[in-house]
Design a protein around this ligand. Structure first.
Ligand SMILES: C[S@@+](CC[C@H](N)C(=O)[O-])C[C@H]1O[C@@H](n2cnc3c(N)ncnc32)[C@H](O)[C@@H]1O
Length: 449
């Protein structure tokens, strides 16, 4: 049993995701702890579990081609085990006989002997082709329908492939690179709280500095909680793209005074902590607003050791209860589909629905109006999403600015110094395949009157 603990852990995570709607990035660490997995065993469990979840749509199509009944009629634990087996056969270097026998054993333990026999037959059929072979059999032809082919080959729902295609301006080669990057595990990036922690300290503990953010460092292996700076609140987990967009808001010029900053959607507080740290150095005050009480508590925790003035307010930011035009800089890190962070959330692509976009877009527009209402003439608003979907990015900003003459869209690119491949501006779209960051979007807006 002990030797197979990585597969047990991966299987438990798949079960938690499909039966209980769990988030894999929370379920996996818990499963690793339960099975006391570390080092290579933990890495194997994570690769198998996350890989099976990322590839689920395509693996289900392959499994469906190898069984005679609809896959919805399969016992759910059997289906999850088959997904785990399909991933090992089609996307890892696990020898096929090991992929089959370990999966069959899982099914025997968790379902029954009859299901184990079925699993054995299905997995042998799956192993008759590699992923390209299955794509040739099940996906549209690459030449006839590129997005349909890529959706299968790189395991993304078609609507997401289309959204990324549009956001990349229709560049087919880049689209494939973007899809591939979503399937690459992302390292854990930390941000030090300015004035409280230093990147040198993280580097001395084995992390490597991020390429562009002067506050970031990447932890290649092990839990970040082992670092004293993280345990003591002087650094926190934050993607480099998130750091860069918050830093851009802080770097763009504003005529003094420049001392009242607002974070409209602050939970869980990563960007608020970065902004509060910067404000401590120049003197100023941060108001961090968050609608959900439990997330507001996380913001308060993130800001706990901050030496500057700050306040955390639980409120709906579409209904501001603070004075109009009272802030010099406003960050709106809007709730979004999260399509820019798919590499960190293995199951998210199959859970999100295209219908989510319209509701979010309405909320994003309402929040952006509040942000512009809150900022004083001459002040700046950063509209940020961790999604590159045009309906959540450029379109929201275009819609809200339409017919308004009191807001100027400024070129955000100079405020991400050194970052290459930022396109024609004025907005910035970061990409995992170009920048190694999450796909953060940033529009910088100045109130002119
Ligand atoms: C993308 S997250 C923000 C991430 C955060 N800026 C960070 O760096 O840690 C969006 C947040 O907005 C909050 N939110 C959603 N609707 C809101 C509203 N109407 N007013 C205030 N906060 C809202 C969500 O609860 C969520 O915590």
């Amino acid at each position: 049993m002990k030797g197979d603990s990585p597969r047990e852990a991966a299987f438990e995570v798949l079960r938690a995701v499909s039966a209980d709607d769990a988030y894999a990035n929370l379920a996996m660490p818990a499963a690793l702890r339960r099975h006391e997995l570390r080092g290579r065993d933990a890495a194997l469990a994570t690769e198998l579990g996350y890989g099976a979840l990322r590839g689920q749509g395509s693996y289900d199509a392959v499994i469906a081609a190898c069984v005679t009944r609809p896959i919805e009629d399969l016992d759910p634990p059997l289906l999850d085990a088959l997904r785990l087996g399909a991933h090992q056969l089609l996307a890892t270097r696990v020898p096929p006989h090991a992929a089959v026998s370990t999966t069959v054993n899982l099914v025997r333990r968790h379902v029954n002997e009859g299901a184990a026999r079925l699993a054995n037959a299905v997995l042998r059929r799956i192993g008759e082709r590699d992923l390209d072979g299955w794509a040739a059999e099940l996906a549209p032809a690459r030449d006839a329908d590129l997005t349909g082919y890529l959706a299968f080959r790189h395991a993304h729902p078609l609507w997401i492939v289309r959204a990324l295609h549009d956001a990349l301006g229709g560049d087919d080669a880049e689209l494939e690179a973007a899809l591939r990057a979503d399937n690459e595990p992302a390292g854990v990036t930390l941000a030090v709280r300015p004035g409280r922690g230093t990147v040198d300290e993280l580097v001395e503990s084995g992390a490597r500095p991020t390429r562009w953010s002067p506050y970031g460092a990447v932890v290649e292996s092990g839990s970040p909680a082992r670092l004293a700076a993280v345990r003591e609140g002087r650094a926190g987990v934050q993607d480099e793209g998130s750091q860069l967009v918050a830093l851009a808001l802080a770097a763009a010029p504003v005529e003094p005074p420049d001392e009242r900053w607002l974070d409209l959607c602050a939970g869980p507080g990563g960007k608020a902590a970065l902004l509060a740290g910067l404000l401590t150095q120049t003197g100023g005050r941060l108001l961090a607003v968050e609608q959900h009480e439990h997330r507001a508590r996380l913001v308060a925790q993130a800001l706990a050791g901050d030496l500057g003035e700050h306040e955390v307010l639980v409120a709906d930011a579409t209904q501001p209860n603070w004075p109009e035009a009272d802030f010099d800089r406003v960050l709106l890190d809007a709730p979004c589909t999260g399509l820019g962070a798919l590499r960190r959330r293995p199951e998210a692509r199959w859970r999100r629905r295209p219908a989510d976009v319209a509701g979010l877009r309405r909320l994003q527009s309402g929040l952006l109006r509040s942000a512009l209402w809150s900022v004083r003439p001459g002040g700046l608003v950063a509209y940020v999403t961790c999604s590159p979907h045009l309906a959540e990015t450029v379109t929201v900003v275009d819609d809200v600015l339409a017919g308004r003459s009191d807001v100027e869209r400024i070129d955000a690119r100079p405020y991400l110094p050194g970052v290459p491949d930022l396109g024609d501006g004025p907005d910035v779209q970061l990409w995992p395949h170009r920048h190694g960051t999450d796909a953060m979007y940033l529009a910088l807006l100045r109130r002119t009157e």
